[in-house]
Design a binder for this molecule. Structure first.
Ligand code: PHE
Ligand code: ZN
Length: 881
């Protein structure tokens, strides 16, 4: 392998090598002299040797891209032979048991293109420290198990930076010479440095207040660039709902006098839970009916909730090391999913979350990047903010909730927060607390944290008409994943029920039980294979398994089509009902060529759709979900070799066939859902818009004048972004002659609004048209695009590479070459974002030989590029591995 001499060889970090910190930092005082080109950082570290540490052990301080200006110990400059500087940081020798180290460094925020550490966004200063960004601000033990009290003073030019923010409470402020001023902030809670934040700039804000359950008054602030001040109300309302929800459901109150949220346009991720000072990607804060869609409103509520919930699950109790990332992320995603379910529609929320899991996480679990919820090694921790750690991690916590029941789960969480408040702990500590609070053993359950891969649950059924018994045999099997060939059986909660031939729920009496115990129950599969026998079953029933998707597994059950139709009409668990319909559609899509998807063959599906469309009693959002065909990404999980064009062709053919077969019904439903009142993002209204826009999506598949007119009419008259964008999307994916004109109109109307421009880019990048690659290439030169802004990269390049399989996987290989080149260019400026984009190549083995060769070539070129980042190297190397 070619590596440039100056590229350090990537080092692998192992969980098994964990050592507790040798030195503690009890308090730290930071002093920033802010300047975009040269910021001076003075840090005062009050250190103490850990009890277990032998005297003479050096203190290691991480540091990266720092210019060291001075270092002193207890007021005296430190002699040069007492410390050593290398590219990983600073090693200080012969320290006393306790003392004060003062270190002065210089950094260049405006030149920080990685957006990790201190950087500027739209001329304002902000920070991002998780996971290892603090070491790019000053020398420090940059690991989450070192917790200290922070006092931070910010100095800056008063006209450029009237607002100066950091964690905790402001304790002093005043004027300085040369038009500068300062503010000092104190955070009373000890925290790891990844939760440090500062913000400085010319920002506007809105304020509100929340009174906690115990009567404490909390001031709430949202800071944004001034032109966005009219887009903050939904975020603020969401924050107050989240605060109330955490009190009601988990008994958790907020603990500081103020809670601040800042929105910035340049941010690698979604948002960050810095103590008392969350920093958000502006896309998860800003919303106005004419600029944000219903799903933007939903996502904002969810992410605001997520970051707020971290105050307990992440900040008050944090992670011992980064292998424990899911301790905070899995738990917090579970909490935000439940919050959203309570605020909106539980069924819709669950189906949405399962869709994300099965489309993205199952795929990750089946490929070369597969890793356990608790990984055991990494090269770049930034690569492990994955759907496995987040979303599968949330499923693991959800299973604990299911197995224990809500009261016992709450008792366990109370115990966890009580035991570990102020500590940095492990996923094991979490499970231990649940066990201890309830006197149960979750020994086998822990496999879910350590074993990668998606278990397959195969179900065999046997009905005995003489004995009136129904036996379900459940068998589990988990495929091998990198580094894990054999797996222990998992502890799998299988929520289930039985229905009779009319769809009625049957009482469930297991063999040996005196009487039936309800109509829905949770079977616990712990062995590789177990049989459960139900009694008093008068006729062969239809089993319903994994209600609420009670475990992140793949289910194999040989349902007859008629049984699926029955469940899709009668099952009352929203997930299983939806799943039955999806399975019917999936079978059609995967077993017949596109041209066969007409007439008799699709008649049962047409009738099921007609029934759903007409079912006025069913929530419109659930109807919309049921009427949406399985996505290409999900379908790909069921084939050996992915042929993107074939999957797309089949799905399109079926969509067209359903469009034509039910044309009057789509039209009637569309018209019936026309609304005139003011916009509200509530679940009911959003559900109606969703169904109406789905009708439009089917109608446009008819590709005729009337359908185009309908979409054009909706585009022109829309009063909210949901309807406007849905119409635009329908047109862009059609052959409507006006589509270019409408795209242009949209851009000229919204070019000043960067988040709306992102939508415009994505829409073009995901269009299923033969010229999409050319267009995406051209758009990289458009003034609306910039490689410096992660949102732009995600909206255009990632949308194309991961949201447009037909375009990206074009037989010519041009899509691969284009994206590969973009990744290599980006890697020099922002490795985290480059590595995320490279995920598009990870699954190369799933394609035909020609595509494999094209994708592999790009991965090799990335891996072997001179000066490749650790982040990109790890993704490429593992993918090839
Ligand atoms: N901890 C953040 C969250 O999930 C995500 C994040 C990770 C943000 C790393 C920035 C950097 O809420
Ligand atoms: Zn999080």
């Amino acid at each position: 392998m070619d590596r440039k001499a100056d590229t350090p060889k990537p080092v692998t970090v192992y969980l098994k090598d964990y050592q507790p910190p040798a030195w503690h930092i009890e308090a730290v005082e930071l002093d920033f002299d802010l300047d975009p080109d040269a910021t001076r950082v003075r840090s005062r570290l009050h250190f103490r040797r850990a009890q277990e540490t032998a005297p003479g052990t050096p203190l290691h301080l991480d540091g990266e891209a720092l210019e060291l200006l001075g270092i002193s110990l207890d007021g005296e400059p430190l002699a040069a032979d007492r410390y050593r500087l290398d590219e990983a940081g600073l090693e200080v020798r012969d320290l006393p048991e306790t003392g004060l180290l003062e270190i002065e460094t210089r950094i260049q925020p405006a030149a920080n293109t990685e957006l990790s550490g201190l950087y500027t966004s739209s001329g304002n200063f902000c920070t991002q420290c998780e996971a290892e960004g603090f070491r790019r601000i000053t020398f420090y033990p940059d690991r989450p198990d070192v917790m200290a009290c922070f006092t931070t003073t910010l100095r800056a030019d008063k006209s450029a930076c009237p607002v100066l923010l950091s964690n905790g409470n402001p304790v002093a402020s005043g004027e300085l010479e040369d038009g500068r001023h300062y503010v000092t902030w104190q955070d009373p809670f000890p925290k790891p440095c990844y939760l440090f934040a500062l913000v400085a700039g010319d920002l506007g804000w809105i304020e509100d207040r929340f009174v906690t359950r115990s009567g404490r008054e909390v001031d709430l602030y949202i800071y944004v660039q001034k032109h966005n001040l009219d887009k903050c109300d939904h975020a603020m309302a969401s924050l107050k709902r989240a605060m109330k929800w955490d009190e009601a459901v988990y008994g958790r109150e907020y603990d500081l006098d103020r809670y601040m949220i800042v929105a910035v346009d340049d941010f690698n991720m979604g948002a960050m839970e810095n103590k008392g000072l969350n920093i958000f990607n502006s896309r998860y804060v800003l919303a106005r009916p004419d600029t944000a869609t219903d799903s933007d409103y939903q996502n904002i509520e969810g992410v605001i909730g997520h970051e707020y919930f971290h105050n307990w699950s992440g900040n008050r109790v944090t992670c011992r090391d980064w292998f424990q990332l899911s301790l905070k992320e899995g738990f917090t995603v579970f909490r935000d999913q439940e919050f959203s379910a309570d605020m909106n529609s539980r069924g819709v929320q669950r189906i949405t979350d399962v869709n994300i899991l099965r489309t993205h996480q199952f795929r990750e679990d089946a490929g070369p990047m597969a890793h356990p919820v608790k990984p055991d090694h990494y090269v770049a921790i930034d690569n492990f903010y994955t759907v496995t750690v987040y979303n599968k991690g949330a499923e693991v916590v959800r299973m604990l909730h299911t197995l224990l029941g809500p009261e016992a789960f709450r008792r366990g969480c109370d115990r966890y927060f009580e035991r570990h408040d102020g500590q940095a702990v492990t996923t094991d500590d979490f499970v231990n607390a649940l066990e201890a609070a309830n006197g149960v053993s979750l020994r086998q359950f822990r496999c879910w944290y350590d074993q990668a891969g998606t278990p397959e649950l195969t179900v065999e059924r046997h009905y005995d008409p003489q004995a009136c018994t129904f036996a379900l045999t459940l068998r589990q099997q988990c495929p091998a994943t990198p580094g894990q060939s054999a797996k222990q059986p998992f502890h799998i909660p299988v929520a289930m029920g039985l229905r009779d031939g009319e769809g009625r729920a049957l009482p469930l009496r297991l063999y040996g039980e005196a009487q039936a115990v309800g109509e829905s129950r949770v079977l616990e599969l712990c062995q590789e294979e177990e049989t459960f026998v139900f009694q008093d079953i008068a006729a062969e029933p239809v089993p319903v398994l994994l209600r609420g998707f009670s475990a992140p597994v793949k289910l194999n059950l040989d349902y007859r089509d008629a049984e699926l139709a029955l469940l899709s009409a009668h099952e009352d668990d929203p997930f299983c009902r939806w799943e039955a319909g999806q399975t019917l559609a999936r079978r059609l899509l995967l077993t017949h060529p596109p041209e066969a998807l007409t007439g008799e063959l699709i008649q049962p599906l047409v009738e099921a759709c007609r029934h759903t469309l007409d079912d006025a009693a069913l929530d419109p959002a659930l109807r919309a979900l049921a009427l949406t065909l399985p996505g290409e990404g999900y379908l790909a999980e069921f084939v050996d070799t992915i042929e993107p064009q074939q999957l797309h062709g089949a799905r399109e053919a079926l969509r067209r066939a359903l469009a034509q077969a039910l044309r009057p019904e789509w039209e009637a439903c569309y018209q019936a859902l026309t609304e005139t009142g003011p916009y509200s993002p509530d679940a009911a209204a959003a559900g109606r818009r969703r169904l109406r826009n789905l009708c439009l999506n089917y109608l446009i598949a008819c590709e005729d004048e009337a359908a185009y007119e309908l979409a054009l009419g909706q585009y022109r008259s829309a009063t909210n972004m949901t309807d406007s964008l849905a119409a635009l999307q329908a047109l862009v994916n059609s052959d409507c002659p006006q589509r270019e004109a409408v795209l242009e109109d949209f851009y000229s109307r919204w070019q000043a609004d960067t988040l709306v421009v992102d939508k415009w880019l994505s829409l073009q990048a995901t269009a299923a048209r033969p010229d999409t690659l050319d267009r995406v290439q051209a758009l990289t030169g458009h003034p609306a695009f910039s490689l410096a802004n992660p949102n732009k990269v995600y909206s255009l390049l990632r949308a194309f590479a991961q949201g447009n399989p037909v375009g990206f996987h074009n037989e010519s290989g041009a899509g691969y070459r284009f994206i590969g080149e973009q990744i290599r260019t980006l890697d020099a400026r922002n490795p985290q974002v480059a590595a995320r984009l490279a995920a598009a190549f990870t699954d190369w083995r799933r394609y035909n030989p020609a595509r494999q060769a094209g994708m592999r070539e790009q991965l090799q070129t990335m891996r072997d590029a001179p000066g490749v980042s650790r982040d990109l190297y790890e993704i490429a190397e593992r993918s090839l591995g």
